[in-house]
Every structure is written in structure tokens, then in C-alpha cells.
Design a protein around this ligand. Structure first.
Ligand code: THU
Length: 129
């Protein structure tokens, strides 16, 4: 299955009654598995979670911890861009050269690497004494 198809499919299950903006995300693990997630909003708005967070949680729940490819899709006029928090979440499990394909529901797509999306990421080096 194409990663983008997994993101498109899971997007249908998004719980986004407050923003009306459904997002689907899918990550491919190092062993080849595909894990997907959608945004899940909450009446207490800050408690909502992004699609990327859901996909990453599904991956970890399956015992996979390395991401080799990412796809994100939404019904946006330009390819949907992951929020700052999700860029950091992706960087936790993906090397800087991992491609992130952002897509509209139409044909428009844009691919950037995790390193391009989050230059100068806070990482393990910063914690060393
Ligand atoms: N959202 C995501 O799930 N992923 C993104 O990459 C961008 C934004 C969600 C959060 C919220 O539920 C809705 O889109 C509107 O911001």
C-alpha cells in the first residue's frame, strides 16, 4: 500500500468537529510496516491531538521506533504542513534525511526532509553534560 493512501484512508476517521479540518498521517517503520493516525479533537481544545501524534503512537504500540518515510494529507489549499510540535515528534524517531510528503486532497504535493522541517532540532547532543 502506498503511504499516501494509508494517510488518505485514515483521514476519514478524524474527529474534528471543532476545526472541521480532518488530517491523516502515515509513517513507514524501518521494518516496512505502515502506521497511521488522524487528528482527534476535544471540547477542551488544547487536549486535541494531531494526526502525526496518532501515527507515531500506533507505531510505538507495535514495537517499531524508527521512521523511514512520512505522509500527511488534508483538504487544504496548499500541502498541509506539520505543526512545530509534530516536527519535534517526528524528529524523535526519524533521521534528518527522512522524507515527509505533504499533500492536498488534489494532486498538489510537496516533499521536504525532517531536517528541513526542523533545522537545529533539540536532540540528544544537547543533553550531554
Ligand atoms: N493538525 C494535524 O493533525 N496535523 C497537522 O499537521 C496540522 C494540524 C490538526 C490539529 C487540529 O485538529 C486541526 O488540524 C486544525 O488545526
Amino acid at each position: 500500500m502506498r503511504l499516501l493512501d494509508a494517510a488518505l484512508s485514515v483521514r476519514e476517521n478524524a474527529h474534528a468537529p471543532y476545526s472541521g479540518f480532518k488530517v491523516g498521517a502515515a509513517v513507514r517503520g524501518a521494518a516496512g510496516g505502515i502506521f497511521s493516525g488522524c487528528n482527534v479533537e476535544n471540547i477542551s481544545y488544547p487536549e486535541g491531538t494531531c494526526a502525526e501524534a496518532g501515527a507515531i503512537a500506533a507505531m510505538c504500540a507495535a514495537g517499531e521506533y524508527r521512521i523511514v518515510e512520512v505522509a500527511i494529507v488534508a483538504d487544504s489549499p496548499v500541502p498541509v504542513s506539520p505543526c512545530g510540535g509534530c516536527r519535534q515528534r517526528l524528529a524523535e524517531f526519524a533521521a534528518p534525511d527522512v522524507p515527509v510528503t505533504m499533500s492536498t486532497l488534489g494532486a498538489e504535493q510537496k516533499t521536504m526532509s525532517v531536517g528541513e522541517l526542523l533545522p537545529g532540532a533539540f536532540g540528544p547532543d544537547h543533553l550531554e553534560a
